[in-house]
Each structure stands twice: as structure tokens, then as C-alpha cells.
Design a protein around this ligand. Structure first.
Ligand code: NAG
Ligand code: NAG
Ligand code: NAG
Length: 444
């Protein structure tokens, strides 16, 4: 694969300008390529057991800039379990948690099969788009992080489709090392720093850094991470240029989602969300555990070992407030509200500067469409550029499928630069639409 010299030059300058880790990027990559575990004897370990999922100990990584690549390794099986991938690498990078303390996250970078044709003499065949795809993993179990879970295949086929379009695709474990499901600030930072990290190495794989465009995409839990990245970027990554962000099935208000889900099919997402968001708020975590009825405590806490689908199965239609000594009130004390205020309400941290495509089922049963309407109004009132599709048919899970095609068409326009000629690049366009493509699909 071609190494474009101009890009190399650029990167050496960037590296020199930041607090240099002990190893240069070139060296980290060379080490990763020299030390590829050989399938089939190689079995990936879940993050809780894999020592690679630790920050470096040989230097003070907390002094590096957010997005600095701290570790790189090849993921030699992911190009088999995810379609259209030539190679896959994993990067461990410096980020910032919900309390604005240094932390780290992991992202998986997929290089599209098409990139095999890219060389210094055929620059026109080299990729010029990066999609950061936030997978909805919706669990406070770190072993369900995508960097590990993708070894069992991808749930929705969207990574393979994006790679099939010739895009580089990065899939961050945006919940971080504590699996902080539903913690907005953590997820937004992890997503933005994942892009920064990938952009540091993508040039080595022939991504056309001179014209590369970057977009974010996520549905449901993935939209949570993407939306927080979009609104936090103004402050946290002011120099990062994002061409656009596509958001489906939004959950703008964590407390309203909790009320909506209780006693419903997806009630199991409440214990997942509470335990996840509270990993960023130790006082609230201790409070939650202390208020669980002793007879139910172990059952409630067992979500930390479950995937989203398992939790949905285990808690279906249950009254989650009933697990608490003080019921509903226990989830709305001061310590809990402080947590929600920091990590649970979209729309208060900044106005996205890049175009947004938002698609949502009007009859979404996980999140009230009125919360999404309100978020859109709030952003539109202060100059955002949004195309908002309210689908008259379908449930939350169906809209994932109903919206996918429109998501791809929109993302392609922002990534290939045709956006302005197809969509309105000023103000907001709000439409009631009817797309009914999805078969009935249940949870999981
Ligand atoms: C997957 O990647 C490995 C190296 O990590 C490579 O040896 C193998 O040929 C790749 N497989 C495919 C199908 O591209
Ligand atoms: C979130 O939803 C709750 C419950 O519906 C509501 O009382 C609260 O005002 C909402 N908060 C924000 C910030 O929109
Ligand atoms: C969409 O439909 C709702 C009724 O469900 C209506 O109140 C609203 O005005 C419509 N919006 C547009 C943009 O047509």
C-alpha cells in the first residue's frame, strides 16, 4: 500500500508538536504489522481479560493531548467477520471522561477492500472519506464493546456496506473502559478523540488526507454518542472539520426515556443505562446500589455481565422502580439529578456547526418524539443546518432499517462534497415522511 510522502511529512510535524509518547506513530504501526497474531490459533480475549486494554505504564500518558494514539495492534480476524474489509487495526487513544479527567478509549479502524488498488501512481483510486460509525451496544458490560463483539460478526451489516462504498470506517468503543452506557459527555469525547486518533494513522494507509472528509453516523445508542460528539465539538474539538452527522432514533432526555421504557418491552435498558451512566458518577453509583432492595440487588446488578439483548430478555415488562426501596423517588434525588444534568440531556452543550440529518419514527416507543422535536427546534433557533425526517410509520427498531437507505444517501453527499447541490445548506427542513421498508423486527 502506498505511503504518500507528503502525508508522512505532515504527520512528523504533528507528532513533534504534541507531547511525544515514547514511540512514534510509525514505530507503533511497524510493531503492529510485525507482530500480527496468526489465525486460526489466535483467539481474541474480552476486554476485561485482555491486558492490551490498559493505558501504557512506561510514560505518563495523561500528559498527552486528547486523541493521541497510545497503542496500535492488528485485529487479524475482523477482516473475516466484517464484510468488505481489507485490514483492521485497533487504536487505544487518550480521551477525557465525563468529569473532564484524562481517560482512554479504543477504536477499530477498518480499511476498505477497494483500498488495495490505491498506490502512489493511482491516487484517484485512494479513499477520501472516513465514517465514524457508532454502533448501538447499549450495555454497561465492557465485554460487549464493539472492538471485541465484532469478532462475532456485525449486527446490522452497515460497516460492510460503508466499506463497500470505499470509505474508511472507524468503530469506537465510545462507552470507554468502564462501559458508561448513556453517559453523553464520555461518549461524545470518545467519538471525537477516536476521529482524531484515526486521522493520525489513516494517511499511512493511503487515505487522501489532502481532501479527506469525515462524517459521523449512529442509531439509538449510537446516535447518543454521535449527537454528543456533534454538540461538544464546538468546545472540545474546535478545529476538527466534520462534514456531517447522521442521527437516527434519538434519545434526547435520559429521564424521559426511563419513564417511557418502564414496564415496556425494553425495560431492561433502564438498569443498563443507570449502571452505565453511574460509572461516571461514583456518588450516584453508590446511591443506586445502596437503594436497591436487598432481595433484588444481585439480579439488578447482574446487568453488568449482560448484553443489551440479554437484559431486555431478563427485565421485559418489569417495573424497574420496584427494585428500589423508595421506588421512583430514589431515581430523582439530588445526587441522581446532578448526574442526569451532566450526562443525560442533549442540546445544552453547544450548537452543531456541521449539517445534521435526523430521522426518527413518530411512534418510537423508546423515546418520545416530542423530545426530538424540541431538540431540533432548539438547534434550529440558533442557526443549525438540519434535515429532519419524522417517519409516520414504524417503531424504534424498524426505523433503524427504514432510515438506513436515506442515511447512506445523505452521508454519501456530505462525504463526496455534493451536499450543497442536493440539500438545503442553510436552516432547517422538517418533513413528515412515510418509509415502510422494514419487516417487523423484535428487540435484540
Ligand atoms: C485479513 O488480514 C490478514 C492480516 O491481518 C491477512 O493475512 C488476510 O489475508 C486478510 N484476509 C482477507 C480476506 O482479506
Ligand atoms: C426531561 O424529561 C423529564 C420527564 O419527562 C422532564 O420533566 C424534564 O423537564 C426534561 N428535561 C429536559 C432538560 O428537557
Ligand atoms: C407533521 O405532522 C404533524 C401531525 O402528526 C403536524 O402537527 C405537523 O405540522 C407536520 N409537520 C410538517 C412539517 O408537515
Amino acid at each position: 500500500m502506498a505511503l504518500l510522502t507528503t502525508i508522512l511529512l505532515l504527520w512528523s510535524i504533528t507528532i513533534a508538536a504534541t507531547t511525544a509518547p515514547v514511540k512514534s506513530l510509525q514505530q507503533l504501526l511497524a510493531d503492529a504489522d510485525a507482530d500480527v497474531p496468526r489465525p486460526p490459533s489466535y483467539t481474541p480475549l474480552p476486554p476485561s481479560l485482555d491486558p492490551w486494554y490498559r493505558a501504557p505504564t512506561t510514560y505518563d500518558w495523561t500528559l498527552t493531548d486528547p486523541g493521541t494514539v497510545l497503542k496500535i495492534r492488528r485485529a487479524p480476524l475482523l477482516n473475516l467477520t466484517v464484510g468488505n474489509a481489507l485490514l483492521a487495526y485497533q487504536l487505544l487513544y487518550r480521551s477525557t471522561d465525563s468529569s473532564y479527567n484524562p481517560s482512554w478509549d479504543v477504536t477499530t479502524l477498518f480499511i476498505p477492500r477497494w483500498q488495495a488498488r490505491c498506490s502512489a501512481s493511482t491516487p484517484a483510486l485512494c479513499a477520501h472519506a472516513l465514517l465514524s460509525y457508532q454502533l448501538p451496544y447499549d450495555t454497561c458490560n465492557v465485554d460487549a464493546s464493539p472492538s471485541f463483539g465484532l469478532h462475532f460478526g456485525e449486527p446490522y451489516g452497515e460497516i460492510a456496506d460503508a466499506l463497500g462504498l470505499g470509505w474508511f470506517v472507524a468503530v469506537p468503543d465510545y462507552e470507554g473502559p468502564l462501559a458508561s452506557y448513556a453517559a453523553g459527555v464520555q461518549a461524545g469525547h470518545a467519538t471525537l478523540d477516536g476521529v482524531r486518533a484515526v486521522l493520525q494513522v489513516a494517511g499511512f494507509f493511503g487515505l487522501r488526507m489532502d481532501r479527506a472528509k469525515v462524517a459521523l453516523w449512529g442509531y439509538s445508542g449510537g446516535a447518543l454518542a454521535s449527537e454528543w460528539a456533534a454538540e461538544l465539538s464546538v468546545q472540545y474539538a474546535p478545529k476538527m472539520k466534520l462534514a456531517g452527522v447522521a442521527l437516527g432514533g434519538l434519545t434526547p432526555n435520559v429521564t424521559s426515556v426511563t419513564e417511557y421504557l418502564n414496564r415496556r418491552e425494553g425495560a431492561g435498558l433502564i438498569p443498563q443505562g443507570l449502571m452505565g451512566i453511574a460509572t461516571q458518577h461514583p456518588d450516584a453509583y453508590r446511591w443506586i446500589v445502596s437503594r436497591l432492595k436487598p432481595a433484588f440487588r444481585a439480579r439488578f446488578l447482574s446487568v453488568r455481565q449482560m448484553t443489551a439483548a440479554q437484559a431486555i430478555g431478563a427485565f421485559m415488562y418489569q417495573d424497574i422502580y420496584g427494585y428500589f426501596v423508595g421506588g421512583y423517588r430514589d431515581l430523582h434525588t439530588r445526587v441522581m439529578q446532578m448526574m442526569y444534568n451532566v450526562d443525560g440531556y442533549m442540546g445544552y452543550h453547544g450548537v452543531p456547526r456541521m449539517p445534521l440529518f435526523i430521522y426518527n419514527a413518530i411512534h418510537d416507543e423508546l423515546s418520545d418524539i416530542r423530545d426530538v422535536d424540541e431538540l431540533v427546534d432548539r438547534f434550529c433557533g440558533v442557526g443549525a443546518n438540519i434535515l429532519y425526517h419524522r417517519n409516520t410509520v414504524g417503531t424504534h427498531t424498524q426505523e433503524l432499517i427504514n432510515g438506513r437507505g436515506r442515511g447512506f444517501v445523505w452521508l454519501r453527499s456530505v462525504l463526496d462534497g455534493s451536499y450543497d447541490s442536493i440539500y438545503s445548506s442553510m436552516g432547517c427542513t422538517i418533513q413528515n415522511v412515510t418509509y415502510n421498508l422494514a419487516p417487523w423486527v423484535g428487540w435484540g
